[in-house]
Design a protein around this ligand. Structure first.
Ligand code: PMP
Length: 338
C-alpha cells in the first residue's frame, strides 16, 4: 500500500510544466513550477508546516495553542491544515481587499477570520499587522506566526522547493522568476539555486504601489512608491526580513491589468488554472525577455489556484468595471453562429 499518514504528507513534490502558447515570443525553455498541486492549493503549505514544526520544536507553540497570523489567505490555508492534523486553533486577520472566496475557504477549514481595512498605515491600530500582534498578546497560549519576519518561511523553500527545481531541471535551470510578497519563496529558492550555481539569475515580480523594486535599485525606502493596488499576494509597503535582496538580481513591476489579463491567458492557453501572481509572473517574463536566450531554462513559480479568484479576474463584470477587459466588437456572424 502507498498512502500518506495524513494530508500533510502530500505537501511538496509538485510538477514542473512546460509553458507553450502563453510564452510565445520568449526565446527560452520556460517551465512552470505549479504549486497548486499542494493540498491547500498553494506553495504556502510548505512554509506553513515548517513554521509550525519549528515553533513546536522550540516551545513557541504549545499543545492546544492558538495560531494567530495576518494572512492574505494562502498561508492561512496551510496553517489551518497543519492545525487540524496537530490539534491547534487558528485566528486569521485579513485585509478587506482579499477575495471573499479566500475568506470562505479559511472558514471552511475551521479558522476564525477577522477582516481589517486595507487603506491604513501598517502602524495604525486598525491595520492587520497591528490587530494580529495585539491579539497574540491578549489571547492566552497563542503564537503569532509573523510570516514576514519568520526565518522558517524562507527555510522551507531553501530545504524543499529549491532542491526540487534543481533536480527536476537536472541542474540546467538558468533563471528563476517569482512574485515577491513576504520574500520567503524568492529568498529560499534563490539562495539554494545560487549556492548550486552562482550564475543562475533570480528575478522578482513586483507591483506598482510596492516598495521592492526601488529599494533594490537605490537602497531607498520610498513612501511615494506606496499606494493601493489590486494584485493579491505580491508587493509590500514594508520590507519583510524574509526578503534577502542579496540573492535577487532584479525586479520588474507588472500592472494590475496585465496581471489579470495574463492570469486568464494562462488558463485559456495552457489549461493551468492559477492565481493573479502567476499572471504577473508571465507578463513579467515578457518584460524581461531580452535577458533570455534560446539555451536558457527559465523556471517560473505559480503560487496558487485560480479558484480563489473566480469572482475577480475570472469574472467578466469584475474585469469590465476596472477597464481590464478590452471589449471585442460584436460581429453579426459570431452572434448568429452561437
Ligand atoms: N503569490 C501569492 C498568490 C501569494 O499569496 C504570495 C504570498 N504572499 C506570493 C505570491 C508571494 O510569496 P512570498 O510571500 O513567499 O514572497
Amino acid at each position: 500500500m502507498n498512502y500518506a499518514e495524513n494530508i500533510l504528507g502530500t505537501i511538496g513534490n509538485t510538477p514542473l510544466v512546460k509553458l507553450n502558447k502563453v510564452v510565445e515570443g520568449i526565446d527560452a525553455l520556460v517551465l512552470a513550477k505549479v504549486e497548486t498541486f499542494n493540498p491547500g492549493n498553494s506553495t504556502k503549505d510548505r512554509m506553513a508546516l515548517k513554521m509550525v514544526e519549528d515553533a513546536e520544536a522550540d516551545g513557541r507553540l504549545k499543545p492546544g495553542g492558538t495560531i494567530i497570523e495576518g494572512t492574505s489567505g494562502n498561508t492561512g490555508m496551510g496553517l489551518a491544515l497543519a492545525a487540524i492534523i496537530k490539534g491547534y486553533k487558528c485566528i486569521f486577520v485579513i485585509t478587506d481587499k482579499q477575495s471573499k472566496e479566500k475568506m470562505d475557504i479559511l472558514r471552511a477549514v475551521g479558522a476564525k477570520v477577522i477582516v481589517c481595512p486595507t487603506d491604513v498605515e501598517p502602524t495604525d491600530p486598525r491595520s492587520y499587522y497591528s490587530v494580529s500582534k495585539r491579539l497574540s498578546t491578549e489571547i492566552p497560549n497563542s503564537w503569532y506566526v509573523n510570516q514576514y519576519d519568520n526565518p522558517s518561511n524562507a527555510l522551507a523553500h531553501y530545504e524543499q522547493t529549491g532542491p526540487e527545481i534543481w533536480e527536476q531541471t537536472d541542474g540546467k535551470v538558468t533563471h528563476f522568476v517569482v512574485g515577491v510578497g513576504t520574500g520567503g519563496t524568492i529568498s529560499g529558492i534563490g539562495k539554494y539555486l545560487k549556492e548550486k550555481n552562482p550564475n543562475i539569475k533570480v528575478w522578482g515580480i513586483d507591483t506598482y504601489g510596492s516598495v521592492f523594486k526601488k529599494y533594490h535599485e537605490t537602497g531607498i525606502f520610498d513612501e511615494n512608491e506606496i499606494y493601493s493596488y489590486i494584485t493579491e499576494g505580491i508587493g509590500e509597503d514594508i520590507l519583510p526580513k524574509n526578503v534577502d535582496f542579496s540573492v535577487i538580481d532584479g525586479f520588474t513591476k507588472v500592472t494590475d491589468k496585465d496581471a489579470a489579463v495574463y492570469t486568464r491567458k494562462i488558463a485559456l492557453e495552457e489549461g493551468i488554472f492559477v492565481g493573479n501572481s502567476a499572471g504577473a509572473c508571465v507578463k513579467g517574463l515578457h518584460q524581461l525577455k531580452e535577458h533570455f536566450t534560446k539555451d536558457d531554462v527559465v523556471v517560473v513559480l505559480f503560487h496558487d489556484s485560480g479558484s480563489r479568484y473566480v469572482g475577480k479576474m475570472f469574472n467578466d463584470d469584475w474585469m469590465r468595471e476596472r477597464g481590464f477587459l478590452d471589449e471585442e466588437i460584436t460581429k453579426a456572424e459570431d452572434v448568429i453562429k452561437d
